[in-house]
Design a protein around this ligand. Sequence first.
Ligand SMILES: [Cu+2]
Length: 170
Amino acid sequence: MKMIKRTLVMVFAATLFINCGSDKKKEEKTETVTKQEVKKEIPKEKKLGISGNDLMKFNKSKLTVFEGQKVILTLNHTGKMAAKSMGHNIVILQKGVDVSGFAMKAIAASETGYVPQDALADVVAYTKVIGGGESTTIEFDAPAAGTYDFICSFPGHYALMKGKFIVKKN
Ligand SMILES: [Cu+2]
């Protein structure tokens, strides 16, 4: 990134030098390019929010980050029902993991927030289970670029509560 910035400054300076006192149009063009290049700088952190409700639905089906970002993900439960009957979590699965297979296995893992501890290799990141009115935040490093499935692994929820976690190349 530093290199790009330096190059841009040099290009900008060179253009100013060449156009010194003449041809204003060219100068404006260069300025536009500079602004676009700066936009490409990706923030180190990405804050994301998603919520689940009493109707067993997430409000988003897609979460997007860039490779190399630190992800700060907050899950809100906007419903009123208790965690025991309408608990939600968010579990981001590694690429290629069988979603229904994982969800079936998760049913037996109530003591560990419906995340089977012998299947952690299948998981990128996960939150604890929360009930109505609660929220929880996790932080993790974005995995390699690609598309990952996320689900709520509370028994019976994954069929409705699922989406894609997309990591873009930067
Ligand atoms: Cu749920």
